[in-house]
Design a protein around this ligand. Structure first.
Ligand code: SF4
Length: 385
């Protein structure tokens, strides 16, 4: 069986020559609401159970939800935000789950690295837990767990290469990233039709996530999910309404104000690296700006507009976005701190939020990469349409 795409070919080779390896995979939130368009389903159809069923049919032993990693990102990042707010330190705090953004800062604004949250992306956190906690729990040793990701974006391949994110020394947390397009190619190579596949559910304990994890797939989602839990940390109470429309951004930039138990939090979500530049320049010049919390993503409407998919047509993106918010609204839990599997994981393995163990597994660092050649730098970034 031959194919021109190297990632698809590698995946086929692994599936056909599994040996004594255990195969696991995680699915990003944006992919499940975009893949159907290319397979004859109505735009925005959530096909996560079909995707899990297909991956099981291919031979994967475990299928996990990147949204579970998103819940972990929220738990740590909300704590980090509240700490910074209480200490009036390193504000604004920048959040993201977009490697294009932090690679941009490392190269063009390295002096502003301290303003970035240190918490890993959902993809990176979940992979860290798969290669440590989960592998240990099923007695799979180093080098014997092959972990793949299905993601909306080729930049997630760049993220997977970052040694700053690895937790097993010289072994990557993620062995292969397939974009949505590549996953469809894999389905075609294996003649698997999502219309006819047996549906399945994620494997636990890294499979049950909240609605907050799902909204990472679109702009403002990382911030909204984090604020739901940060409010709980700050006040000891849940928000009356988890849906924070002030941060839902369908344009390039949106400002909002959140009532944080008497304190007015100024927030901003940005959907373009260019659009973030004036804010960065202001912080560089003055050491601060009018916002306390800022989310930056590279693509239109966030990862649902990622270039690992076929289209960035706005009407299509809005339908994908609607599907994500519908899933969140109908979810039993809309905040990461309500997720019992997350609580159990902290009790049994991680310990306390923000602890040394939490940092070892779920935080990262950024470095000054301003000496990277400009041409190498620019070709890494997907273009906005
Ligand atoms: Fe960033 Fe776009 Fe990739 Fe999402 S899809 S990680 S916004 S470059």
């Amino acid at each position: 069986m031959n194919t021109k795409n190297p990632a698809v070919q590698m995946m086929l080779d692994v599936l056909h020559n599994k040996g004594d390896r255990t195969l696991s995979v995680q699915i990003a939130p944006a992919v499940r609401v975009s893949i159907g368009e290319y397979l004859g389903f109505e735009t925005g159809t959530n096909l996560v159970q079909e995707m899990i069923g297909a991956l099981k049919q291919m031979g994967f032993d475990y299928v996990f939800d990147t949204n579970f990693g998103a819940d972990l990102t929220v738990i740590e990042e909300a704590f980090e935000l509240v700490e910074r707010l209480k200490k009036h330190k390193l504000l604004p705090m920048f959040t993201t789950c977009c490697p294009s953004w932090y690679m941009f800062v490392e190269r063009l604004y390295p002096d502003l690295i301290p303003y970035l949250s240190t918490v890993k992306s959902p993809q990176a956190i979940l992979a860290s837990l798969v290669k440590t906690f989960f592998s240990q729990s099923i007695n799979v040793g180093k080098g014997k767990m092959f972990h793949a990701v299905v993601a909306p974006c080729a930049m997630k391949k760049e993220e997977a290469k970052r040694q700053e994110l690895w937790v097993l020394g010289d072994e990557p947390n993620i062995d292969l990233v397939l974009t949505t397009k590549e996953f469809v190619e894999l389905l075609n190579e294996l003649s698997i039709d999502l219309h006819n596949v047996a549906k399945a559910d994620f494997d636990n304990p890294l499979g049950l996530s909240s609605g907050a994890g799902a909204i990472f797939g679109t702009t403002g989602g990382v911030m909204e999910a984090t604020l739901r839990t940060a409010y709980y940390y700050y006040t000891g109470k849940d928000l009356e309404d988890f849906e924070l429309l002030e941060v839902r951004n369908s344009g390039l930039k949106k400002e909002g104000k959140i009532d944080f138990a008497g304190i007015e939090l100024n927030v901003c979500t940005v959907n373009s690296l260019e659009e973030a530049k004036p804010i960065l320049e202001e912080i560089r010049a003055t050491g601060t700006c009018k916002y306390q919390f800022i989310e930056v993503m590279n693509c239109p409407l966030g990862c649902i507009g990622g270039v690992g998919q076929w289209t960035t047509d706005r009407e299509v993106l809005l339908k994908r976005r609607e599907a994500i918010f519908k899933y969140d609204k109908e979810h039993k839990y809309q905040a990461a701190h309500q997720n019992q599997y997350i609580r159990d994981l902290y009790d049994k393995y991680i310990g306390v939020v923000g602890s040394a163990k939490a940092h070892e597994l779920m935080h990262t660092h950024y470095t000054d990469k301003s000496s990277d050649k400009a041409e190498e730098f620019s070709c890494k970034f997907p273009k906005q349409e």
